[in-house]
Design a protein around this ligand. Structure first.
Ligand code: PEP
Ligand code: MG
Length: 883
């Protein structure tokens, strides 16, 4: 097998199609080289070797050594420099590059190839001894950290002391002599901690670095990141070895990162940051505050230091051309790293840029309108789950704000929570159900679990492309970065800002869209959906086949659902209509009644309430189907528990409280989910379903009379397992309908169907479809009953089950397509065979999950029904499933 692939100097062994083999970075370096962009020459060791590396016990076979020698020769041939040559040494960078980008997760070593001899050569050829010693100093520091895994604080301290001793403020104040001394100190530190001298053989250096990069694939932080982002461990990383170019060779040199469009808002404007006389890690690490790329961005921010457009107009012009070329070539927004070495531009990386949901939407719509991509591609490009970010609240603009300071608006959205100053605490307090804001001087990959647990992230240092900003955007967490006026004493658990102190546990609010940091909680408001949202949704609607309905019972939820584009109600859980304090007493009276007469008394009180609810629902959903499920209360959710609750029911029913308590004790169940619920309640107490059916038909006729258009109610019977159950319940509903029609002198159309939420119902779907006019898959219960896993008790072991690969995902969130999916497929087939064209839908939580929706499309269901906020997600996911 070939493991080494070259690029640069007119050679490209790979290209952008080789992402799996070369990783994203390697594939794109090869691609950029092949389209003639200035890429420093180099080569990639493929991801296939990552596997071999671990199989071989972290060793390098001779074959690979030979191939790497050829790769080095390739770079030497183009640069005219020799690796390890004392007179004119070749220096290389060694970087990771996996198939999916994992920002900041894995290791990088720069300036490799420096030793006590080559540093002299570098000083000679560059004519800049300070630069040479600074590079050597950086190299030892990075190598000690990344490859030798020594304590990096010791090196930072040595650097700080060197500055203090000389009364310097900036790293750049250090002279060549100072740096030479620092190098000697660093070498001593290495020897003390590692018990061996710093490696002087450049080949030893190289193999050490390559091993470290492959090794970083199995680091703890990389594992956490993969788990959070569903990246398989089997993919492995590639290693890129490339000639160094230097952004730190004086005032005509620079380094920067850029996006071809604004990654936060999506505007069509170059967007980025750069630093003159610096190396790449200076920008990302957030140690110096970077300058803007364009005049427009600088002015918009009211910043002083010259933008790149002003400071280096020629190179900037060249860079802008490269941006356009890359966008046209890749047909997507790109995230770019570049370096300017003594006035010459070099491209170090390009990749599809991470972006907020808002930006994703705008960029997709704009690119389709620019003709760069098709509308279908635009629909395919927006992650349905990410729409969540857009649909959620922002700070109420009219609310009072106690603003402490302002940082950079690094990731949009607003959040309030208790201040915490370290990631472990953030994780702990969040696990205990608290909302927390993680506050750090700067974040590093070690903070990833804390960032994930937090509702928002605030940092004192770092720009818009700092670790905190990039990771928060990817996670969809609000983030304010670089709030420079705050100072944090994490040990003491206090943050000082504007002469005030915020202690751990105090509530703070951040607004990641404006950069504001506030004391206390600030109320939020619902988002306004932009024109782009509507445009993309309309395109999605043009593509999808599946209808999208909502699970809703209150008029408010139904209204939200309609505004979000719901095409009807797929599940109205009637028991939820009785959850509020005033009504639940009547429901309890009904449940606790001793006999039919007692129940009828309670039902008489429930009927008008129920009817008026349905009237409102039919009005909100005018002209659209509304599926109403008859009562399905697992009794434990409704029985009174507190003394006061019993007293209230007792007085409403006019019975003795002790009688009620005895009755409640009789109704106690060991397995309420498998107990007296669903249609079993209707079978034993048909008067309940009779009342509900009356309420439905009376309401439907009332609305028909009022508005002239009759709604078509779909009456749904829950938890059916046999044909006979449905038959009996259908008789009750039909009888109520006939009575109401006779009474009102008017008939309307309606359907009677069933939930399919038991394995037996799936198996017997043929028989059941002879009676039922539609099926709605209740995948919450169907998952519970098929897996034999309690919906209410699964949390205790589910995380372990997912971690250990027993379940790929939480089966209550994303449908177990392999198992439960088979039952659905079979039920759909048998149902259709018995009743041609039977209407099929899904109304479990899975109806709003994109992967489950893809499955529903595959088996040809007619609609999915999701909670109101997930309706747009479902519309987009349904469109993507149809593409
Ligand atoms: C279901 O079981 O999937 C369902 C929608 O019903 P509920 O969640 O109310 O049991
Ligand atoms: Mg159910």
């Amino acid at each position: 097998t070939q493991y080494v692939y070259r690029f640069g100097g007119g050679v490209s062994d790979g290209g952008k199609g080789d992402r799996n083999l070369l990783g994203g970075k390697g594939a794109n370096l090869a691609e950029m080289a092949s389209i003639g962009l200035p890429v420093p020459p180099g080569f990639t060791i493929s991801t296939e070797f990552c596997d071999v590396y671990y199989q071989e016990g972290r060793a390098f076979p001779q074959g690979l050594r030979d191939e790497v020698a050829t790769g080095i020769a390739h770079i030497e041939g183009i640069t005219g420099k020799k690796f390890g040559d004392a007179a004119d040494p070749l220096l290389v960078s060694v970087r990771s590059g996996a198939r999916a980008s994992m920002p900041g997760m894995m290791d990088t070593v720069l300036n490799l190839g420096l030793n006590d001899q080559t540093v002299q050569g570098l000083a000679e050829t560059s004519g800049d001894a300070r630069f040479a010693w600074d590079s050597y100093r950086r190299f030892i520091q990075m190598y000690a950290d990344v490859v030798l895994e020594l304590d990096h604080a010791a090196f930072e301290d040595a650097l700080e002391i060197a500055k203090e001793d000389n009364g310097y403020y900036l790293d750049t104040d250090l002279t060549a002599d100072d740096l030479q001394k620092l190098v000697a100190e660093y070498k001593t530190l290495v020897e003390q901690q590692w018990n061996k001298p710093f490696p002087q053989d450049v080949h030893d250096q190289l193999w050490g670095a390559v091993g470290a990069v492959f090794g970083s694939w199995q680091s703890e932080r990389a594992k956490v990141y993969r788990r959070l982002n569903d990246i398989p461990a089997a993919w492995g990383t590639a290693v890129n070895i490339q000639a160094m170019v230097f952004g730190n060779m004086g005032e005509t040199s620079a380094t920067g990162v850029a996006f071809t469009r604004d990654p936060a808002k999506g505007d069509r404007a170059y967007y980025g940051e750069f630093l003159i006389n610096a190396q790449g890690e200076d920008v990302v690490a957030g140690i110096r505050t970077p300058q803007y790329l364009t005049v427009a961005a600088r002015e918009a921010a009211g910043a002083k230091p010259a933008s790149m457009e002003e400071a280096m107009p020629e190179v900037y012009g060249e860079l802008a051309k490269v941006f356009d070329l890359l966008e046209t070539h890749y047909r997507d927004m790109q995230d770019i790293e570049f370096t300017v070495q003594q006035g010459k531009l070099w491209m170090l990386q390009t990749r599809s840029g991470k972006r907020t949901a808002k930006a994703a939407l705008k960029i997709a719509v704009d690119m389709a309108e620019e003709g760069l991509i098709t509308r279908e591609e635009a629909v395919a490009r927006v992650d349905p789950q990410a729409l969540d970010q857009l649909l959620h609240p922002t700070l109420d603009p009219s609310a009072k704000r106690d603003v402490l300071t302002k940082g950079l608006p690094a990731s949009p959205g607003a959040a309030s929570g208790a201040a915490v100053f370290d990631s472990d605490t953030a994780e702990k307090r969040a696990a205990a159900g608290e909302s927390v804001i993680l506050i750090r001087t700067e974040t590093s990959p070690e903070d990833i679990h804390g960032m994930h647990a937090a509702k928002g992230i605030l940092t004192a240092r770092g720009g818009m492309t700092s670790h905190a900003a990039v990771v928060a955007r990817g996670m969809g967490r609000p983030c304010v970065s670089g709030a420079g006026t705050i100072s944090i004493d994490a040990k003491a658990g206090v943050m000082r800002v504007a002469g005030r102190e915020i202690h751990a546990g105090d509530i703070v609010t951040i607004d990641g869209s404006t950069g504001e940091v506030m004391a206390g909680a600030v109320p939020t408001v619902q988002p306004e959906l932009s024109g782009d949202f509507g445009t993309l949704m309309a395109w999605a609607d043009g593509v999808r086949r599946l209808k999208v309905r909502a699970n809703a019972e209150t008029p408010l939820d139904a209204r939200v659902a309609r505004d979000f584009g719901a095409e009807g109600i797929g599940l109205c859980r009637t028991e939820h209509m009785f959850f509020d304090a005033e009504r639940i007493t009547n429901v309890r009276q009904m449940i606790l009644a001793e006999d039919e007469a007692g129940r009828r008394v309670a039902l008489e009180k429930l009927l008008p309430e129920q009817r008026s609810d349905f009237v409102e629902l039919f009005e909100v959903m005018a002209g659209l189907p509304v599926t109403i499920r008859l009562l399905d209360p697992p009794l434990h959710e409704f029985l009174p528990h507190e003394e006061a609750e019993f007293a209230e029911v007792a007085s409403a029913a006019g019975v003795d409280i002790d009688v009620l308590k005895r009755r409640a004790a009789e109704l106690h169940e060991f397995n309420p989910m498998l107990g007296h619920r669903g249609c079993r309640l209707g079978v034993t107490y048909p008067e309940i379903y009779e009342m509900q059916a009356r309420a439905i038909f009376e309401a439907a006729i009332e609305v028909a009379v009022k508005s002239g258009a009759a709604p078509i109610p779909e009456v749904m019977i829950p938890l059916v397992g046999t044909r006979r159950e449905l038959e009996l319940m259908k008789q009750v509903v039909d009888k109520a309908a006939q009575a109401v029609f006779a009474d009102k002198g008017r008939e309307i159309e309606y359907l009677v169907g069933t939930m399919i939420e038991l394995p037996r119902a799936c198996l017997m779907a043929g028989e059941i479809a002879e009676v039922g006019e539609f099926f709605s898959f209740g995948t919450n219960d169907l998952t519970q009953t098929t897996l034999g896993v309690s919906r209410d008790d699964a949390a205790r072991f589910l995380t372990t089950y997912v971690e250990r690969g027993i379940y790929a995902k939480d089966p209550f969130v994303s449908l177990d397509v392999e198992g439960v999916g088979q039952l659905i497929e079979l039920a759909a087939e048998r149902g259709r065979a018995a009743r041609a064209g039977i209407k099929l839908g899904i109304c479990g939580e899975h109806g709003g999950d994109p992967a489950s929706i893809a499955f529903c499309e595959k088996v040809g269901l007619d609609y999915v029904s999701a909670s109101p906020y997930r309706v747009p997600i479902a519309r987009l996911a349904a469109a993507q499933a149809a593409l």
